[in-house]
Each structure stands twice: as C-alpha cells, then as structure tokens.
Design a protein around this ligand. Sequence first.
Ligand code: C5P
Length: 232
Amino acid sequence: MAKDVIIACDFKNAADTYAFLDNFTEEKPFVKIGMELFYAEGPQIVKEIKRRGHKIFLDLKLCDIPNTVEKAMRVLSSLDADIVNLHAFGSKAMMEAAIRGLTRPDGTRPLLIAVTILTSTDQDTLRNEMLIEKPLPETVMSYALNAKNAGLDGVVCSPLEAAKVHETCGEGFLTVTPGIRFPEGEKGDQKRVMSPKDAKEAGSDYIVVGRPITAASDPKAAYERCVREFLQ
Ligand code: C5P
C-alpha cells in the first residue's frame, strides 16, 4: 500500500484551485477536495482535477440512512475519486451500504475511510450533547473497529492516534492524518499537531497537509519538503 502526501485544496472556487495546481508542472500531487469547493463547483471540479492527472480524496463525510448513502456513493464512484469518506457514526449498516454503492460492476471501488469522532468534539460535548458516557479515546477506537468490521479501508485520525488505530484494527487499516505542521510553522487553528517526519515515525499512511503548503511562499518547495520528510 502506497503512502503519500495529500494536499488539502481548501479553496473557494475552481479558478483559485487551478491557479494553485499550476505550481506543479511535473509531479501531480494527491489532492483533497472538501465540501466548500465541491458544493461551489459541483462534480466537474473532480473530473477536471482527475483529467489534470491528480489522485483525489473527496472529503464529503456522508452520513444518512443506508439507502441514501448507497445511492450517493454510487454517484461518487462514477466520478473516479480515489478515496471517499463518511461518518462512522452513521452505523455499520450505513457503512456496508456505502461499500455496495461504491463498488463498480467490474468489482473495483475507491478506498473508503471513516471519520470517527470529529476532532472539534471534546469529552464534554460527547457526554453533554451526544450523551455518550465512554471516554473519547475508547469511543474513537470503537468506531474505528466498526469501520473495519464493515469492510472499510481506514479512518481519518490524528497522527497521535495512528499507532493505536493500527494496534486495534491491524497494520493494513489505513490512517489518514491531518493536523500536520512543520516544527517552525504556524499552528493556525490546529491544536494537536505533528511534523511530517514525526507522522512517519507514528505510522501514518497518508498525511493531509493544507496551509503549510497552500499558504507557503513557495508551495512546490513546501510540498517537496513534506514528501522528503514523510516518504523518504
Ligand atoms: O490547513 P490544514 O493543514 O490545517 O488543513 C487540514 C485539512 O484537514 C483541512 O481540510 C481540514 O478540514 C481537514 N481535517 C482536519 N482535521 C480533521 C479532519 C479533517 O484538519 N479531524
């Protein structure tokens, strides 16, 4: 299984995204497209970035009844994204339906990964609003195991959780980890961060890097530094 650096393309429209991607002439980085860009530009943005030769993680975090998710995943599969995701909170039945929807007639499908508990949710919110009494780390691992048992390929998690996820769900279960910062860089709104080098040591399979690359004065150099420190 190939490890890689995924650039979070958190741009508001196609023009800004293509202007950013034009920094990369030879190598074609793996990119993440989130809700803002997808809702602004529609499926065409996925098709165009694929046409330009990039792999795509379509970060739309689906969560609905199994039948709806199955049909929505069938549409996403036809867009030829390489990784798609959903909320493990939606249940094992929903995750199994998602896999059915994603699987093409020839048996191939994009990788499917789950969000466990959002990193914006803390223990108090879990207990007081979601009425989940269990400790947050135990809840995260339990959701990861549900995803694994439903046949998913991995989870989005903090690089700080990657080793524990692998211990719980197996080494082959993918950990896709945002919250990456260079040691000397700005943290921004991220609280618990790791450098590309430390994420490699922690066993992350894919690192998702946004602003340390997209806001850099030389995005290509910042991307190449991530590749060097995470992959080599
Ligand atoms: O700019 P930055 O490197 O913080 O971007 C990280 C990307 O990963 C953003 O697109 C953010 O929405 C996403 N993400 C995250 N934490 C999660 C899940 C997704 O930062 N738990």
